[in-house]
Design a binder for this molecule. Structure first.
Ligand code: CA
Length: 230
């Protein structure tokens, strides 16, 4: 999961970043509204942590922008203002949750996961597709009854495919999802190819169907109907 942390308090931003990175999240930081606007115009995020009091303005403006552009990102407001008004306004403007500072990082993490489960996974922690199942709490993958030995990147890749099944995912978007922004500065996406190849091989070796197909010149697609061999 990719998270944008919009927070001008450097120490807090760094603490959140390090905590979530240890949990395997890809995290990006913005300390101002302007920086955040730029990142949001260039990149996609699964979750946005939004501080309200920023040096160049009110975070609520950004929330309006995110929702006006119909971005799918989950938004969690993290704010020192604990006024009921801010909370109500934030939720009315489309925030998914609101956490008042100071908070424990473990609680922040639990809230991020809860929003993701509710909005992206239909409320469950087990994501199933035919013979494949993923446990988003333990990061275990099963094909039928056999556990599949996957790396965390492969787990995240498979989840990304299943959540976006039947949609073409570009190599750029996969790279950014798994490794963070600015991976498009790299000359090629061989590492995406390698990870997709390894994942397909592992699923096939475990007796699962190979649902992933290459879309020539564009990227990859997880097909909910079994595709014919190429
Ligand atoms: Ca602030």
């Amino acid at each position: 999961m990719k998270v944008l942390i919009i927070e001008d308090h450097q120490e807090l931003a760094r603490n959140i970043h390090d905590f979530l990175a240890r949990e395997g999240y890809i995290c990006e930081l913005s300390a101002t509204l302007e920086e955040a606007r730029e990142k949001l115009s260039l990149f996609q995020y699964d979750c946005i942590l939004l501080d309200i009091g920023l040096p160049d303005g009110n975070g609520m403006n950004l929330l309006q922008l995110i929702r006006a552009e119909r971005q799918q990102s989950n938004v969690l407001i993290i704010s020192a203002r604990n006024g009921v008004d801010d909370k109500v306004i934030g939720l009315e403007k489309g925030a998914d949750d609101y956490l008042t500072k100071p908070f424990h990082l473990a609680e922040l993490h639990a809230r991020i996961r809860a929003i993701y489960r509710r909005k992206n996974l239909g409320g469950a922690n087990i994501v199933e597709f035919n013979e494949i199942s993923l446990n988003t709490d333990t990061f275990e993958v099963r094909v039928g009854n056999s556990p599949l030995d996957t790396t965390r990147k492969e787990f995240d890749l498979l989840l990304y495919f299943i959540v976006n099944k039947n949609r073409v995912l570009s190599r750029q978007s996969i790279a950014a999802h798994l490794w963070g922004d600015y991976t498009d500065n790299l000359a090629n996406f061989d590492f995406v190819y390698q990870h997709v190849k390894n994942l397909r091989r592992k699923i096939s070796n475990a007796g699962g169907t190979d649902y992933i197909s290459t879309v020539y010149g564009l990227g990859y697609k997880f097909n909910s109907h079994k595709h014919e061999p190429e």
